[in-house]
Design a protein. Structure first.
Length: 419
């Protein structure tokens, strides 16, 4: 087992913690196979049980051009793996009495007081929403927001300025990209596709949630997360932008493309020229837009272990035990989540497995929760087994690469090693 100079969590004896060591040892070679034929550039995997690490390995390279080996401390664009962190930020503010999940968004962003919903029978006509848009809608992906693909064609001219600000049409000719606040203000002008709470529309509420959280806490969200989550948890490498002196730990991002008649990985973002490295440092969306936070497996494991511990790690309490229960609980009822299929509900920033409605069970306990990111990162936590897994790489749309099922293989290999 390789480890950082200071292990992010205590290291434990696999057999004493309920694993078959030989079976657990199958994870490394299996992950290496995905690297060897360049289905991914690298993989960093970590498994912990009862707060102790039993597996922590890295393989592959930071980028194919340099061939620099990836390490346990490699930094990754976490994209939507930022959403669970957003859930914790919301819960902190809830505990402090600064907001509740059912507060209307308009309490913090007044322009959302006059939302309209398109009429399904006459799409250019609108009606009042059946209830106000809430903070819970934003974090559970049930806002009903329209987007460039779903809005009626007539909206392009009727709401042209707003669409340009949002980037749904050719953006306005200006040097700087519109700020998140400007885009959120523009989004309020576009009628909703569906009434709040009635339709799952992934991610679109998180830019709005970012502005709500900032308004509630009274400071930039990056600062708030640093002071209240990253610093107390000693997530020393985690931030929305690359910290000084860490460029040698940051690699490239790739996407599968058809090249010379076969699917290969093509570089789409390079560490040295990445917006995360050179700026401008203006994008802090808590849902993961523009890459979300940068983090490493060890830092993210500390965050995940805090939640598994009921909101505390190494004497630092981030949120209360019952607030963790609230976060991972069912906030979407029987609504199906397209990315997971039946058997899951959405909580405050995470998806949780309840098992109902599936044709067959999955290899995890009911109550297991977690989420992933657009560049191939994922994590899960199983409270019943006191178990956590982190699996990180940097491939956008990774399933487009044939047989690139490393996430499923990782989870299967973790569970099959339990005895």
């Amino acid at each position: 087992m390789s480890s950082l100079p200071q292990s992010p969590l205590p290291e434990g004896d696999a057999a004493a913690l309920g694993f078959d060591p030989k079976r657990l040892a199958e994870i490394g070679p299996a992950m290496q196979a995905y690297v060897d034929d360049q289905r991914v550039p690298n993989l960093v995997t970590l498994v912990a049980r009862k707060g102790k690490i039993v597996h922590f390995e890295s393989c592959g390279v930071l980028d194919f051009e340099s061939g620099t080996p990836a390490g346990d401390d490699t930094l990754f664009r976490m994209f939507s793996n930022t959403k669970p962190i957003a859930g914790v930020a919301l819960c902190i503010l809830y505990e402090r009495g600064l907001l509740t999940p059912d507060d209307p968004v308009s309490k913090f962003l007044p322009e959302y007081a006059d939302l309209r919903v398109q009429n399904p029978d006459m799409m250019m006509m609108t009606v009042r929403p059946r209830r106000p848009l809430t903070i819970r809608d934003c974090i559970t992906n049930t806002t009903g927001f329209n987007n460039a693909a779903t809005m009626p064609a007539g909206y392009r001219s009727q709401y042209e300025d707003a669409c340009r600000t949002l980037g749904w049409l050719e953006p306005p000719k200006r040097e700087a990209r519109p700020s998140n606040r400007e885009r959120v203000r523009a989004l309020a002008q576009i009628p909703l596709l569906a009434h709040p709470g009635e339709r799952f529309v992934y991610h679109s509420g998180y830019p709005v949630l970012t502005e709500v959280l900032e308004a509630a806490c009274g400071q930039p969200i990056g600062e708030f997360m640093g002071e209240n989550i990253f610093d107390p948890l000693q997530m020393n490498s985690t931030d929305f932008y690359l910290k000084d002196g860490m460029l040698d730990r940051y690699g490239a991002s790739y996407v599968p493309r058809m090249i010379d008649g076969r699917m290969q990985l093509a570089e789409v973002d390079r560490a040295e020229t990445s917006e995360k490295t050179v700026g401008p440092k203006t994008e802090f969306c808590v849902g993961g837009s523009s890459g979300g936070v940068l983090s490493c497996a060890g830092d993210y494991a500390r965050f995940g272990q805090m939640l598994l511990n009921g909101g505390e790690l190494d004497g630092e309490r981030i949120i209360g035990r019952k607030t963790v229960d609230l976060m991972i609980g069912n906030h979407t009822g029987d609504m199906e989540i397209p990315m997971t299929g039946p058997g899951f509900h959405w909580g405050l920033g995470v998806a949780t497995y309840h098992g109902r409605g599936r044709l067959a069970p999955l290899i995890r306990s009911v109550g297991t929760y977690g989420w992933g990111g657009a560049a191939g990162t994922t994590y899960f936590a199983d409270p019943a087994e006191e178990l956590m897994g982190v699996c990180l790489t940097q491939v956008m749309n990774h399933h487009a690469m044939p047989d690139n099922d490393y996430q499923e293989a990782f989870q299967r290999l973790v569970y099959q090693s339990l005895v």
